[in-house]
Design a protein around this ligand. Structure first.
Ligand code: MG
Ligand code: ZN
Length: 190
């Protein structure tokens, strides 16, 4: 099958919405103000927007999968006011070592930087990874993008400033370092 769609894979916490540690209430969900502009630009250019997020808080027993889904519904509600939507949400609830709930104690294929979430989205949406990119605030995001042979951006929101200090030793470097999600989109679209 020809893979026709291009996608922006985006990290959730510290990129689309503010990083709050382990988010435990939908009332703490705050979109970065420029996330709206970023999403509009992606939509104008014909990109599918796919959120890929590690949520080991589920494995650690801090939150439930139902809560993760409720956060995504809440984000959808906030975006709807702007005529925007996320095409797909993918999350990894596992942790290979720190899980306190047995079914999540898995060395899974979906925890970033592994490619399970990308592969699932690719299959569902027919995505051409060569035309796609990954944006996030951690080197894990960059590594996942590079593992999928995509271009990547590291943003300076969330953990970005700290992560930037580690680029030198990292085995994969981001193609661009951007102030935030919107600037990352601008730079990657050039
Ligand atoms: Mg993040
Ligand atoms: Zn997983």
């Amino acid at each position: 099958m020809k893979q026709r769609n291009k996608a922006a894979f985006i990290d959730r916490d510290g990129n689309l919405i503010r990083e709050t540690g382990y988010l435990d209430s939908v009332n703490k969900v705050r979109l970065y103000s420029r996330s709206i502009k970023a999403l509009k630009l992606l939509k104008d250019r014909g990109y599918k927007v796919i959120v890929v997020t590690n949520q080991s808080g589920v494995a650690r027993g801090y939150i439930t999968e139902a809560f993760v889904k409720s956060v995504h519904e809440h984000i959808d509600g906030l975006l709807k006011k702007h005529g925007l939507k996320i095409d797909g949400y993918y999350y990894c609830p596992h942790h290979a070592k720190k899980a306190v709930i047995k079914k999540y104690l898995v060395d899974c294929d979906c925890r970033k930087p592994k490619l399970g979430m990308i592969k699932a989205a690719q299959k569902k949406f027919g995505i051409d990874l060569k035309e796609s990119f990954m944006i996030g605030d951690k080197l894990t995001d960059v590594h996942m993008g590079k593992n999928a042979k995509m271009r990547t951006a590291l943003v300076m929101t969330g953990y970005g400033e700290k992560e930037k200090l580690l680029i030198k030793e990292a085995y994969d470097k981001p193609d661009v370092v951007a102030k935030d999600f919107y600037q990352a989109v601008r730079l990657l679209l050039k």
